[in-house]
Write a protein that binds this ligand. Structure first.
Ligand code: CP3
Length: 372
């Protein structure tokens, strides 16, 4: 190494670069002193501190106000003692600058006013207003400065930015909300199989536009200081392996590559993905998030060597009696067997009624049980 390169490498470490965070090291399958731990939806409705903020602000107000989004993110990470903080935001935020109006309806989840169903709708989607999402990058900057000093154990907290995967976002746009059978989404996908047919170009154009917007959104978050980007393909499990490969693997791979080109590792997570894992791995993501249905060792085997995994305690195990919960945590760690490249997490998000003290216990157990 030349002297200059050496100096640069050294200062990257001193500045809190890759080497100083066990979470980022695990994403890159480097050795760690113990398994890093954080939780999907760690700053959510199960937490009284979040509900206190939520009393005065809507979900979207919290997301769009960097001081509040940062506070919610920081409070959850500190209360739980986790190794990484995911920025408080939502998958659907990019809909607004694309021209898709939506709202969160209490008890029913997101609702899109005019679902995107035809080529004309897709053509009308805007891709030149992504700058309007700058508030997420700004929230991240605030979290980064709060956690700029190493913690008591010398480790730097990891900061996670995130966005949706093209399929999962497309499904919300097309269905207009949550869905059971994804009929409209699949109709648009299948129409692209008939060359020259009505709306045959709608799906590929939608994928192209989403990848462009999401890559730019992720860029803003990395510029704000995110160490890692997680791509949520929450509903990929609705697809057969063949459909995933034919209609989604290409655009998702493109997104993963564009985010990795920014110099950060990518975590790619989906739910109900047992049969999709080998195809998901082909996106080239650094880490695959495993859902709770697949035993971790089996999931890791399906993902194959050369890739880290994140997961995968059943979030409902957080309601179990202490000794049962402890045994489940031990089992996840046993299956990971101390291999490099495991990040402890749930196999999906924390649900609203979860006892906070159980979440904190899990963090403590992972810290004790996984020490090398
Ligand atoms: O702590 C964190 O994890 C960060 C915050 C976060 C939120 N949404 C805030 C939120 C994250 C990472 C997301 C991602 C997200 N948003 C996903 C992927 C995660 C997954 O579970 O697979 C999805 C599918 C969405 C879309 C979305 N947002 C839905 C379907 C809902 C309604 C859920 C419900 O139970 O009502 C939301 C709302 C939402 N986003 C909440 C939170 C904390 C809860 C609602 C609220 O506070 O009013």
């Amino acid at each position: 190494m030349s002297e200059t390169a050496e100096t640069i490498a050294l200062s990257a470490n001193e500045l809190g670069g890759v080497g100083s965070s066990r979470f980022v090291r695990a994403c890159l399958r480097q050795p760690v002193d113990r398994t890093p731990v954080w939780f999907l939806r760690q700053a959510g409705r199960y937490m009284p501190e979040y509900m206190a903020v939520r009393k005065h602000h809507s979900l979207l107000e919290i997301c769009r106000t960097p001081a509040i989004a940062a506070e919610v993110t920081i409070t959850a990470a500190e209360r739980l003692g986790v190794d990484a903080a995911i920025i408080f935001a939502d998958l659907l935020l990019p809909f607004t600058p694309m021209g898709v109006d939506f709202e969160f309806v209490a008890g029913e989840g997101p609702q899109v006013r005019t679902p995107v169903r035809t080529l004309t709708h897709v053509e009308a989607l805007q891709t030149d207003r992504v700058g309007e999402l700058g508030y997420v990058g700004e929230s991240i900057s605030r979290v980064v400065s709060h956690f700029s000093a190493p913690r008591a154990d010398g480790d730097q907290l990891g900061i996670i930015g995130f966005c949706g995967a093209p399929f999962t976002l497309a499904s919300y746009m097309i269905e207009g909300g949550s869905s059971r059978n994804y009929i409209h989404t699949k109709k648009m996908m299948y129409a692209s199989g008939v060359s020259g047919g009505v709306d045959s170009t709608a799906w590929p154009l939608l994928m192209e536009k989403l990848v462009e917007v999401l890559a730019e959104f992720a860029t803003q978050q990395v510029e704000g200081g995110a160490d890692v980007v997680q791509i949520f393909d929450s509903w990929a499990g609705a697809l057969s392996v063949e459909d995933y490969r034919e209609f989604c693997l290409g655009p998702t791979t493109e997104l993963v590559k564009r985010v990795q080109a920014l110099g950060v590792p990518v975590i790619y997570f989906g739910v109900d993905t047992a049969s999709l894992l080998p195809a998901m791995r082909e996106t080239g993501a650094d880490v695959i998030g495993l859902d709770w249905r697949t035993p971790l060792a089996e999931g890791w085997k399906a993902v194959g060597p050369g890739c880290a995994v994140q997961g995968n305690l059943d979030p409902i195990a957080l309601f179990a009696p202490e000794e049962v919960l402890k045994a489940r945590v031990a089992e996840v760690l046993r299956q990971a067997a101390g291999r490099n490249g495991h990040i402890f997490n749930l196999g999906h998000g924390i649900v609203p009624e979860t006892p906070v003290e159980n979440v904190i216990r899990v963090v403590e157990w992972v810290k004790e049980m996984s020490r090398r």
